[in-house]
Design a protein around this ligand. Structure first.
Ligand code: SIN
Length: 433
């Protein structure tokens, strides 16, 4: 392409949310990694996640964590994916802590656990009401220190590149992108990971950044890559009602987990606040319709003042800026688009149906969430399956290197061994399993 800057890399990662960053961090330093952020690196939804990140509380929690995830997802989840996510959760949290991520602690220094809707027990670790920012900022700092990774901001993927492998199969060969000044970039890469986030930018009322417009899904669809459950869109029950335009401000579900209650105009409770999100959103919208109201109310009167001050600091601040004092009055809340459970179909190694093309995070569908995601499973799912993508890229690379070495060995040996030999024969000759 004329006037196009071309970079040769081993892995191209599109998106700098937790999925993209964690994939980069789990790749060996020997691989050259290029990451793209469509706008600035802070404009990703991972930064906005408030409530926390789920973790298997203890081995006895496995069954109920599994069941809670399935019940929220209407039992349309992929069981294998749910199992992988839950089993990987504790090592992931340990790794985040090693990387410097701070989670709330009890007075005795143990991890503190909060609760959100549809969780049968507290199993969510958190950092104030800005858990996503805490995790993403640390991962970003770690990526910035990688000797093998380069981050391009304000660079939007416009397409993926296709080619053919040695067996004549169509494969992904990297991406093309455009920066804010209109300059073109081509990244040739053996593996490409789409971690482009969700679709909230396509909605009038969403908690997502407007730049999140489903780019990964669009490009995948244009290349005939399988998409799945494109109608599985989650509406979060509580965002701060406002007449101002722009992104809807989330009022974390952990507020209800810690005792906040929903009220109608007559200041009566009208639903169980700790049901799954789709159920609570449905109840709110019905109540609004019944009353002809533009919102309902969320009251913090049952949440201890200390909890409000220390756990919900940023929500308190944002409400104060909008003219509400959550210590003394209910705030107006309304449901808004929040999350996308469908997306690019991937297997449990985050591979799409186009070889060498992976997808992780909100842009993909690995089936963990079923029809409706359980609160605080998103950061965890993004991290677990980004790590699995990195592991698979590494295994493929090792297999390719081994195959190349074996091919060299084969040609060497063919001087001594009569007849042609394929890699398997040579592997046997070399004593490989
Ligand atoms: C919330 O804090 O309610 C949002 C976190 C999530 O989407 O799980």
């Amino acid at each position: 392409m004329a006037g196009t800057k071309t970079i040769d890399a081993d892995v191209a990662i599109v998106g700098c949310g937790v999925a993209g960053l964690y994939c980069a961090l789990n790749l060996p330093h020997a691989l050259r990694v290029v990451l793209l952020a469509k706008t600035t690196v802070d404009e990703c939804d991972s930064m906005l996640a408030q409530g926390g990140i789920c973790v298997l509380h203890d081995p006895d929690d496995y069954e109920s964590f599994f069941e809670d995830t399935l019940r929220a997802g209407h039992y349309e989840n992929r069981l294998e994916s749910v199992d992988m996510m839950i089993r990987a959760s504790r090592p992931i949290i340990d790794d985040l802590i090693k990387r410097g991520v701070r989670f709330a602690r009890t007075a005795t220094g143990e991890l503190d656990y909060t609760r959100e809707g549809a969780h049968s027990r507290p199993r969510i670790v958190y950092h104030e009401d800005i858990t996503g920012e805490e995790i993403t900022t640390h991962l970003l700092a770690c990526v910035r220190e990688l000797p093998n990774a380069t981050v391009f901001e304000n660079t939007c993927m416009t397409d993926i590149l296709e080619g053919f492998d040695a067996d004549g199969r169509r494969v992904c060969r990297g991406i093309v992108a455009e920066d804010a000044g209109g300059a073109h970039l081509q990244v040739n890469a053996d593996a490409t990971v789409l971690a482009t986030g969700g679709v909230g930018g396509l909605y009038k009322h969403s908690t997502n950044y407007p730049c999140l417009t489903g780019d990964g899904c669009r490009v995948a669809a244009e290349h005939g890559v399988l998409l799945e459950h494109m109608d599985f869109v989650q509406i979060h029950p509580t965002t701060l009602w406002t007449q101002k335009p722009g992104r809807s401000f989330l009022i974390s579900e952990s507020a209800r987990g810690e005792g906040a209650i929903l009220l109608n105009d007559a200041h009566e409770r009208f639903c169980d606040e700790l049901q799954p999100r789709d159920v609570v959103s449905g109840n709110i919208l019905r109540e609004m319709r019944r009353e002809g109201a533009e919102h309902v109310w969320l009251s913090f009167e049952r949440v201890p003042r200390e909890e409000l001050e220390h756990h919900f600091t940023h929500i308190c601040e944002q409400c104060r800026e909008e003219g509400y004092d959550i210590f003394s009055e209910p705030i107006p809340v309304v449901p808004a688009q929040h999350y996308f459970m469908g997306g690019i179909h991937v297997n449990s190694d985050s591979e799409t149906t186009l070889p060498h093309l992976f997808a992780a995070g909100e842009t993909c569908c690995n089936g963990v969430h079923g029809r409706n995601r359980l609160a605080s499973n998103s950061l965890l799912e993004g991290l677990v399956f980004a790590q699995r993508a990195a592991d698979k890229i590494m295994r493929d690379r090792f297999a390719a290197d081994t195959a190349a070495q074996l091919a060299v060995a084969a040609s060497e040996r063919s001087r001594f061994v009569a007849g042609s030999r394929d890699v398997t024969d040579v592997a046997l000759l070399c004593g490989a399993e």
